[in-house]
Write a protein that binds this ligand. Structure first.
Ligand code: COA
Ligand code: NAP
Length: 262
């Protein structure tokens, strides 16, 4: 059963952990007593996240970098491992999104999202690998419903996040023998996030999503964070390679849910 003290002093690295869902995850681990490192592009957002995590009593490291730049990712991982002796939990959630028809999308627009979401995830996983606790590390990749639900105006995100889920499954197989577990969380619509602001910018579009949701409500930041902690805990020590929706049943609602963003 859950040992309430099991995250005390553990080292948690959250790529893209300075806002929204990923910051919620960082805060949940900080509340559980872990040391938390966050990494993103904006120094201002990073400072805000570090301050909010310190108010929870956590030991915190903040890094400025871009998941598209392997050197910046490697530097942050190495500094975290040097400070805390390794990385016990890795969360990879940096992502970008905009709404655009494929026929109008520039190759660089498509590439930007592939580079952040998919190549960036590989950079994060690959750079962390030497420092992960073996056995015992937990990796959580943050996916999206677009990974498995074909969604108009989201060709770039669908392609990138489908790749992220495959990385989860392949690395669960490759790294499982060393005692590293790799899982994906697929958040549904989460309130107050940049992602949903981009996908459902109007009251009408938000209400249309809610009408299609089995639980008839958006999730909140803690909905995903609680599951990230649970998946990384000893309760789930025999769970790996799973792509787990945390979505109020959204995945059952099918393409209607995100079918017509914006
Ligand atoms: N519609 C169509 N194309 C768009 C676009 C939009 N709304 N926004 C950006 N692009 C295109 C740009 O035109 C550019 O292509 P071009 O060089 O051919 O003109 C390309 O995408 C890169 O844009 P740029 O602004 O230079 O990228 P960036 O690296 O600074 O930012 C984004 C990446 C575009 C994904 C940006 O939205 C971002 O940083 N997002 C992070 C926050 C976020 O999306 N949160 C939700 C997570 S689900
Ligand atoms: P968000 O608030 O915009 O969070 C994105 C985070 O990633 C920010 O901290 C951002 O900080 C960082 N980031 C973006 N590009 C980066 C880069 N190139 N390098 C390093 N860091 C980068 O978004 P969110 O809505 O909470 O989404 C978080 C995750 O959940 C994403 O993986 C998204 O796909 C997934 N998701 C969200 C929803 C939802 O309801 N919102 C639903 C399904 C899935 P900087 O700008 O400082 O870099």
């Amino acid at each position: 059963m859950l040992d309430k003290s099991e995250f005390i002093g553990k080292a948690v690295f959250v790529a893209g952990g300075t806002s929204g869902i990923n910051l919620g995850i960082a805060q949940a681990f900080a509340t559980a007593g872990a040391r938390v490192a966050v990494f993103s592009r904006s120094p201002e957002r990073g400072d805000g996240a570090v301050a909010s995590l310190r108010t929870l009593g956590a030991e915190v490291l903040g890094f400025v970098g871009d998941v598209r730049d392997m050197a910046s990712v490697q530097e942050a991982m190495a500094a975290t491992a040097e400070a805390w002796g390794g990385i016990d939990v890795l969360c990879s959630g940096a992502a970008g999104n905009f709404v655009a028809p494929a026929a109008m999308m520039s190759p660089n627009g498509f590439k930007s999202v592939m580079d952040i979401d998919l190549l960036g995830s590989f950079h994060v996983l690959r750079a962390a690998y030497p420092f992960l606790t073996k056995p015992g590390a937990s990796i959580i990749n943050i996916s999206a419903p677009q990974a498995s639900i074909a969604t108009p105006l989201q060709a770039h995100v669908c392609a990138a996040k489908a790749g992220v889920d495959m990385l989860t499954r392949v690395l669960a197989m490759e790294w499982g023998p060393e005692g590293i577990r790799v899982n994906s969380i697929v958040p549904g619509p989460i309130d107050g996030t940049e992602g949903m602001a981009r996908l459902t910018p109007t009251r009408e579009s938000r209400e249309a999503v809610i009408r299609n949701l089995p639980l008839r409500r958006y999730g909140d930041l803690t909905s995903v964070a609680k599951v990230a902690v649970m998946l990384s805990s000893s309760i789930c020590d025999y769970v790996t390679g799973v792509v787990l929706p945390v979505d109020g049943g959204a995945s059952l609602a099918g393409p209607g849910l995100f079918g017509s963003p914006a």
